[in-house]
Design a protein around this ligand. Structure first.
Ligand SMILES: [Zn+2]
Length: 332
């Protein structure tokens, strides 16, 4: 009988071990923080900005990962299952994960960045009739709507820190307002007849609509469809006829198709450049300016504007930390 306390402790210790075991390699975070799991880097960054010290964020999709084609590994599924809250883009961006999200949403809040954006603001998704274009982050004003979606969802889960989330969101929104204005100002410096953006997949329709630049892609909006020979010929004619100075490749799409376009244009006597790679559906490396949403947008805008013969204005004070991103994009 006198051994009972010892046995009890041993049993408790064993239970604790089993408890940890059952988390099985996921983020067994018990540091009092909210355990948030996110899909694309653009969302990972924003949840970190808003969650601050109270949220530990695990992003599933790193640099160069294509969310349209992404299939979670068994380990990723475990990470999702252990989340307190999940943030995704929605609008079928994570095209292969619909079923998993449906299942998880029965017991974990699964929040889409796009869920509070009015349908009237969304563009059609020709590759998938009946669906909307998921690439909303390239209209900074649209993406900004998701900031309060995230802040509200965190506040509901963790009411104690609701004020912190709201304050972080307000700070961040100030940066995004400055970013939106800067992008508009910068794109307008491109001579009008050259204000045409050609990319391998149509990730930039919202960008084109918001910032008044014509956008033409080689294939459908999703990377799942391959471009045909006729598409290439049509595009080459367009480039040569309009004397477009640059076309753009993206970090999450293979470069070979647009390199073929470049060669075909050269064969017809027009030298079209391929400037610094654009970020479309993924951020740059963590710890660099390009590894943030703001830096990704600034990189693209600088590469597009300098490639198409525009001028890069000075950064506003809210974005001054990103000067190195601009410098790298222009010199690449
Ligand atoms: Zn895409």
């Amino acid at each position: 009988m006198k051994h009972q306390p010892f046995i009890l402790l041993a049993v408790l210790a064993l239970l604790a071990l089993v408890g940890c075991e059952s988390l099985g390699g996921g983020q067994s975070v018990d540091d009092g923080k909210i355990n948030a799991v996110t899909t694309v880097g653009m969302i990972t960054d924003i949840v970190q900005q808003i969650g601050g010290d109270y949220v530990s964020v695990t992003g599933l999709m790193g640099p160069g990962v294509d969310p349209h084609l992404y299939r979670p590994t068994a380990r990723n599924v475990q990470t999702l299952q252990n989340a307190d809250i999940i943030f995704r883009g929605g609008l079928n961006l994570e095209g292969k994960m619909g079923e998993i999200f449906d299942r998880l949403s029965e017991r974990i809040p699964v929040i889409a960045m796009s869920e509070d954006i009015p349908e009237s603001e969304l563009l059609d998704f020709p590759a998938y009739p009946g669906h909307f274009d998921p690439h909303i982050w390239f209209d900074v004003s649209l993406w900004s709507m998701g900031v309060s979606t995230i802040a509200d969802a965190l506040a509901e889960l963790d009411p104690e820190h609701a004020e912190d989330y709201a304050a972080n969101a307000a700070d961040y929104l100030q940066q995004l307002v400055a970013l939106d204005a800067y992008v508009a100002e910068t794109i307008q410096t491109i001579p009008e007849e050259q204000r045409v953006m050609i990319t391998a997949h149509d990730a930039f329709q919202y960008f084109g609509r918001r910032y008044d630049i014509e956008v033409t892609g080689l294939q459908g909006i999703s990377t799942e469809a391959e471009a045909g020979v006729q598409d290439v010929q049509n595009l080459v004619s367009f480039i040569v006829d309009r004397q477009i100075p640059a076309i753009f490749v993206e970090s999450s799409v293979p470069a070979r198709t647009l390199e073929a376009v470049q060669e075909a244009a050269r064969a017809r006597g027009w030298d079209v450049h391929i400037p610094a790679q654009l970020f479309s559906d993924a951020l740059g490396n963590a710890g660099t300016g390009e590894g943030t949403y703001v830096g990704m947008v600034l990189h693209n805008v600088a590469a597009i504007t300098s490639g198409l013969g525009g001028n890069i204005p000075a950064l506003p004070a809210e974005l001054a930390d990103y000067q190195d991103v601009i410098d790298r994009a222009v010199s690449a």
